[in-house]
Ligand binder design. Structure first.
Ligand code: NI
Length: 218
Protein backbone atom coordinates (compact mmCIF):
# COMPACT_ATOMS: atom_id res chain seq x y z
CA UNK A 1 0.00 0.00 0.00
CA UNK A 2 1.26 3.46 -0.94
CA UNK A 3 2.00 5.93 1.81
CA UNK A 4 -1.07 8.22 2.06
CA UNK A 5 0.92 11.02 3.78
CA UNK A 6 4.15 11.51 1.86
CA UNK A 7 4.41 15.16 2.93
CA UNK A 8 4.00 14.30 6.60
CA UNK A 9 6.86 11.91 6.39
CA UNK A 10 9.04 14.69 5.13
CA UNK A 11 8.01 16.84 8.12
CA UNK A 12 9.41 14.39 10.62
CA UNK A 13 12.80 13.97 8.97
CA UNK A 14 15.51 13.70 11.64
CA UNK A 15 16.72 17.21 10.86
CA UNK A 16 13.28 18.77 11.23
CA UNK A 17 12.71 16.77 14.38
CA UNK A 18 15.93 18.07 15.88
CA UNK A 19 14.97 21.64 14.99
CA UNK A 20 11.55 21.11 16.51
CA UNK A 21 13.03 19.85 19.76
CA UNK A 22 15.45 22.77 19.85
CA UNK A 23 12.57 25.22 19.46
CA UNK A 24 10.59 23.41 22.15
CA UNK A 25 13.56 23.52 24.51
CA UNK A 26 13.97 27.27 23.92
CA UNK A 27 10.29 27.86 24.57
CA UNK A 28 10.43 25.83 27.79
CA UNK A 29 13.50 27.76 28.98
CA UNK A 30 11.65 30.95 28.19
CA UNK A 31 8.78 29.80 30.40
CA UNK A 32 11.19 28.94 33.24
CA UNK A 33 12.96 32.31 33.03
CA UNK A 34 9.62 34.13 32.96
CA UNK A 35 8.34 32.16 35.97
CA UNK A 36 11.50 32.89 37.98
CA UNK A 37 11.24 36.56 37.01
CA UNK A 38 7.62 36.78 38.12
CA UNK A 39 8.48 35.00 41.37
CA UNK A 40 11.34 37.41 42.12
CA UNK A 41 9.18 40.40 41.29
CA UNK A 42 6.43 39.13 43.60
CA UNK A 43 8.99 38.72 46.39
CA UNK A 44 10.64 42.13 45.93
CA UNK A 45 7.74 44.29 44.82
CA UNK A 46 5.94 44.73 48.18
CA UNK A 47 8.86 46.70 49.62
CA UNK A 48 9.06 49.07 46.69
CA UNK A 49 5.54 50.12 45.86
CA UNK A 50 2.16 50.14 47.56
CA UNK A 51 -0.11 47.18 46.90
CA UNK A 52 -2.96 48.18 44.61
CA UNK A 53 -5.67 47.20 47.07
CA UNK A 54 -6.26 48.20 50.66
CA UNK A 55 -4.71 51.68 50.46
CA UNK A 56 -6.11 52.64 53.87
CA UNK A 57 -4.22 49.97 55.75
CA UNK A 58 -1.11 50.59 53.66
CA UNK A 59 -1.21 54.23 54.81
CA UNK A 60 -1.17 53.06 58.41
CA UNK A 61 2.05 51.16 57.80
CA UNK A 62 3.99 54.24 56.66
CA UNK A 63 5.80 56.73 58.88
CA UNK A 64 6.77 55.02 62.10
CA UNK A 65 9.20 56.47 64.61
CA UNK A 66 12.57 57.84 63.49
CA UNK A 67 15.25 60.19 64.83
CA UNK A 68 17.70 61.99 62.54
CA UNK A 69 20.06 64.98 62.56
CA UNK A 70 19.57 68.32 60.77
CA UNK A 71 22.45 70.34 59.22
CA UNK A 72 22.58 72.56 62.34
CA UNK A 73 22.95 69.49 64.55
CA UNK A 74 19.36 69.59 65.82
CA UNK A 75 17.60 66.29 66.31
CA UNK A 76 14.49 65.82 64.19
CA UNK A 77 12.02 63.03 64.88
CA UNK A 78 8.61 61.92 63.67
CA UNK A 79 7.27 63.71 66.77
CA UNK A 80 8.99 67.06 66.12
CA UNK A 81 7.64 67.05 62.53
CA UNK A 82 4.04 66.73 63.72
CA UNK A 83 1.79 69.76 63.40
CA UNK A 84 2.66 70.60 59.79
CA UNK A 85 2.30 68.40 56.69
CA UNK A 86 5.52 67.33 55.02
CA UNK A 87 6.78 65.75 51.83
CA UNK A 88 9.60 63.31 52.60
CA UNK A 89 12.06 61.84 50.13
CA UNK A 90 15.07 59.53 50.47
CA UNK A 91 18.24 59.90 48.40
CA UNK A 92 21.89 61.01 48.45
CA UNK A 93 23.74 64.17 47.46
CA UNK A 94 25.86 62.49 44.75
CA UNK A 95 22.73 61.17 43.00
CA UNK A 96 23.09 62.09 39.32
CA UNK A 97 19.43 62.23 38.35
CA UNK A 98 16.52 61.15 40.54
CA UNK A 99 17.34 63.31 43.57
CA UNK A 100 18.10 66.61 41.83
CA UNK A 101 15.14 66.11 39.48
CA UNK A 102 12.77 65.39 42.36
CA UNK A 103 13.97 68.20 44.61
CA UNK A 104 13.84 70.70 41.72
CA UNK A 105 10.33 69.58 40.93
CA UNK A 106 9.21 69.89 44.54
CA UNK A 107 10.63 73.42 44.65
CA UNK A 108 8.82 74.28 41.42
CA UNK A 109 5.51 72.79 42.61
CA UNK A 110 5.81 74.69 45.88
CA UNK A 111 6.17 77.93 43.90
CA UNK A 112 3.02 77.04 41.96
CA UNK A 113 1.11 76.72 45.24
CA UNK A 114 1.75 80.42 45.87
CA UNK A 115 0.97 81.47 49.44
CA UNK A 116 0.05 77.90 50.41
CA UNK A 117 3.53 76.78 49.44
CA UNK A 118 4.91 77.39 52.93
CA UNK A 119 2.21 75.31 54.55
CA UNK A 120 4.20 72.12 54.18
CA UNK A 121 7.81 71.09 54.72
CA UNK A 122 10.04 69.39 52.20
CA UNK A 123 12.25 66.83 53.93
CA UNK A 124 15.24 65.16 52.27
CA UNK A 125 16.84 62.19 54.04
CA UNK A 126 20.29 61.10 52.87
CA UNK A 127 20.73 57.34 52.86
CA UNK A 128 24.50 57.84 52.38
CA UNK A 129 25.59 59.01 55.85
CA UNK A 130 29.09 57.62 55.30
CA UNK A 131 29.61 60.28 52.61
CA UNK A 132 26.97 62.96 53.33
CA UNK A 133 27.58 64.77 56.60
CA UNK A 134 24.68 66.85 57.99
CA UNK A 135 26.57 70.00 56.89
CA UNK A 136 27.03 68.60 53.35
CA UNK A 137 23.32 67.92 53.16
CA UNK A 138 22.55 71.47 54.31
CA UNK A 139 24.70 72.87 51.50
CA UNK A 140 23.12 70.48 49.00
CA UNK A 141 19.48 71.25 49.77
CA UNK A 142 20.26 74.99 49.71
CA UNK A 143 20.93 74.64 45.96
CA UNK A 144 17.24 74.22 45.17
CA UNK A 145 16.13 77.71 46.08
CA UNK A 146 13.41 76.72 48.54
CA UNK A 147 13.57 75.72 52.22
CA UNK A 148 14.29 71.99 52.40
CA UNK A 149 15.02 70.20 55.66
CA UNK A 150 18.00 67.93 55.00
CA UNK A 151 18.47 65.05 57.40
CA UNK A 152 20.66 62.05 57.98
CA UNK A 153 21.95 60.02 60.92
CA UNK A 154 23.97 56.99 61.82
CA UNK A 155 23.58 53.94 59.57
CA UNK A 156 21.23 52.52 62.16
CA UNK A 157 19.12 55.69 62.38
CA UNK A 158 18.90 55.98 58.60
CA UNK A 159 17.88 52.34 58.29
CA UNK A 160 15.20 52.84 60.94
CA UNK A 161 13.78 55.82 59.02
CA UNK A 162 13.88 53.96 55.70
CA UNK A 163 12.14 51.00 57.32
CA UNK A 164 9.51 53.27 58.91
CA UNK A 165 8.58 54.50 55.44
CA UNK A 166 8.87 51.09 53.85
CA UNK A 167 11.36 52.69 51.50
CA UNK A 168 14.35 51.02 49.90
CA UNK A 169 17.98 51.75 49.15
CA UNK A 170 20.91 49.67 48.01
CA UNK A 171 24.54 50.55 47.39
CA UNK A 172 25.61 49.37 43.96
CA UNK A 173 29.37 49.16 43.25
CA UNK A 174 30.42 50.98 40.08
CA UNK A 175 34.08 49.89 40.09
CA UNK A 176 37.25 51.33 41.59
CA UNK A 177 35.71 51.23 45.07
CA UNK A 178 33.06 53.73 44.05
CA UNK A 179 29.33 53.14 44.19
CA UNK A 180 25.95 54.56 43.35
CA UNK A 181 22.77 54.03 45.35
CA UNK A 182 19.49 52.69 44.04
CA UNK A 183 16.69 54.13 46.13
CA UNK A 184 12.96 54.71 46.35
CA UNK A 185 12.10 57.53 43.97
CA UNK A 186 8.64 58.30 45.38
CA UNK A 187 7.83 61.30 47.57
CA UNK A 188 5.69 60.48 50.61
CA UNK A 189 3.11 63.14 51.50
CA UNK A 190 2.43 63.06 55.23
CA UNK A 191 -0.38 65.03 56.89
CA UNK A 192 0.04 67.17 60.02
CA UNK A 193 -0.50 64.13 62.24
CA UNK A 194 2.30 62.22 60.51
CA UNK A 195 -0.03 59.92 58.61
CA UNK A 196 0.52 59.08 54.94
CA UNK A 197 -1.92 60.99 52.74
CA UNK A 198 -0.59 60.09 49.32
CA UNK A 199 2.54 59.40 47.30
CA UNK A 200 3.97 61.29 44.34
CA UNK A 201 5.53 58.80 41.95
CA UNK A 202 8.70 59.71 40.06
CA UNK A 203 6.96 59.46 36.68
CA UNK A 204 3.79 61.22 37.79
CA UNK A 205 2.71 64.30 35.82
CA UNK A 206 3.17 67.73 37.37
CA UNK A 207 -0.59 68.53 37.35
CA UNK A 208 -1.29 65.32 39.25
CA UNK A 209 1.51 65.98 41.73
CA UNK A 210 0.31 69.56 42.21
CA UNK A 211 -3.24 68.34 42.91
CA UNK A 212 -1.89 66.06 45.64
CA UNK A 213 0.09 68.90 47.21
CA UNK A 214 -3.00 71.15 47.14
CA UNK A 215 -4.86 68.48 49.05
CA UNK A 216 -1.95 68.17 51.49
CA UNK A 217 -2.02 71.87 52.39
CA UNK A 218 -5.80 72.29 51.99
NI1 NI B 1 18.71 59.89 44.04
Amino acid sequence: MADPFPELEEDVSPQRQAEGLKTLRLVLWGVVVLAVGIGLFAMLAPDRSPPPSDQASYADLIGGPFALTAPDGARVTDQTLKGKPFAIFFGFTRCPDVCPTTLSRMAQLRKQLGKDGDRFRIVFVSVDPGYDSPEDIGRYVALFGTPILGLTGTDKEVDAAVKAYRAFYEKVPTGGGDYTIDHTASVYLMDASGKLQSIIAYDETNPSALAKLKRLVG
